[in-house]
Design a protein around this ligand. Sequence first.
Ligand code: ZN
Length: 481
Amino acid sequence: MISYISHLLAVWAAQPLVLGARTAAGSGSHVEVTRHSGSTPVPGLAQVAGVPGELLRGRLGVVGAVRGAIGRAVADGEQFPAGVCRGEFLLRPTGKQAAALAQCLENHRELYNAALEHRRTAYRKAGVTVRYGEQSADLKHIRADDPGGQGRWSFSSQQATLRRLDKAYRAFFDRVKAGRTPGFPRFKGRGRFDTVEWPKDGDGCRWDSQPEHPTATYVRLQGVGQVRVHQHRRVLGIVKTISVKREGARWFVVLSCDEVPAHPLPATGAVAGIDMGVAWLATTSDGDHLDNQRHLATSASRLAAAQRDLAGKRRGSQRRGKAAVARVAVLHAKVRRQRLDSAHKAALALVRGYDVIVHEALNVAGMTRRAAPKPDGEGGYLPNGQSAKSGLNKSILDAGWSAFLTILSHKAESAGRQLIAVNPANTSRTCSRCGHCAKDNRVSQAVFRCTGCGFCAHADVNASINILRAGLALREAAQAA
Ligand SMILES: [Zn+2]
C-alpha cells in the first residue's frame, strides 16, 4: 500500500512545489455536496410567546412554535430541507461485484490518503497550501498512469473523495479559528473508509439502470456493473447523488433526491396528539398504539451486550478487539435501520389519518418528564420502560424519536398536514379529564388513575390527550394573534 501511495504521489511529487497557479478559483469552483446538512432557518415559523395560561389549564407548559406544513430539521444525521429526501437500500451484489466494490473503496481510500500526503508534504517542505482544484486537475494524470487501478473508477466519484478531504481540512481550520484544538485530518486505515459517492446520477453511475426489468431494480456503477438493489420503498423525486456504503459484510446504496413532489391528502377533519414512548413508538389521543418497539429492544440489548464485550476486549488481542468493534458497528446500523423503518410506517399512518398532529417537542426540559434517574449502569434495556427512558438507552430512544419526528415532518409537509410541537412538561401526570396534576396520578408505566376525579386511562393515551389539548390551544392563540 505504501508503494502504491508513492506511485500516486509520483505524479504529485513530479510537480514543482512552487505552485504559482494557486488561485482562489481553485477551491471555489466546486458545488458543495453538503446541502442536506446544517439547519436551514424555517421560513414562516410562527413563534407564539406568552400564550395565556388559562388556555392551557394552567398546567401544561408550552413551547412557542406552531408549525404549519413546514419541514423541520432534527439532529439525527437526517437533516434536510423540505423537498429533499434520502433513501437507503440494501445491495445484492454478486461475488464478483462485491469484490469490485471492495476494490473500488480501497482505491478511493488510497486516493484519499495520497491526496492527504500530498497536502502535508507540500506544506512541510515548501510551506505551500495545496487546494482541491489542483488535486482534482491532477486526477487526469493519476488515472492515465494507473489504468487498471485508479483509472477504472468514475472520475466524479474520485473528485467527491478529494472534496471529502478538502472538507476535512476546512472543518479543521474552522475549528482552529474558533479557538479549539481539533485533530488534524488523518490517514484512513483499512475499515475506516466505507463510503464512495457519485455526485451526480448518470455520471459514472445510474439509478434504476434497467427500468425494463419486471421485478428487480438495479444500479449501474462504473467498474462494478449492474448491481441488484433490494428496493423496499419507492423513491420519490429526482435522484441527485448516489453513494455506496459498506457495513460489515453488507453493502448499501444511499440516494439523495431532490424535488420530491408534494402529495396533498384530502382533509379528514381529525386531529390527534401523540405521545412518544418506550414500548410503543407513539400512542395517539384516539388510543391507537403505533409500532411496537420490541424488535428495537432486542437489538438494543444485543448492542449493549456487544459493547460490554468490546469493553472487556480492550486489553485483549488486537484481532478479537477488531471483531468486537465490527460487531458493535453492525448492530448500531441495524438499530438505526429498524427505527427508520418503524418511523416511516408510523408517520404514514398518522399523516393519512389526521389533519393536525400535535407532538411533544424534544430536548425541552431535558426529556425528564417521566422517569426518575435510575440508570441501570449497563446500558441494558430494562423491562420497566420507566427506567429505560433515563438509562443509557436513552440515547437510542432519543435518536429514534427525533428520526421519527423528522420523517413525520417531511410526510406532513408533503401531505399538507399541520404539525405542532408542545412542551411535554407535566403531560404525563396531568389528568386529561379534570386537569389535576400530581405525581401519584401515574400508577405504573401503563396506567393513569387520577387521584382527584378517579379518571382511569392508559397512561400514554392520557398524555397524548393533554398534548393534543396544548397543541390546539397554541394553534388557537396563533390564529388569534
Ligand atoms: Zn382527574
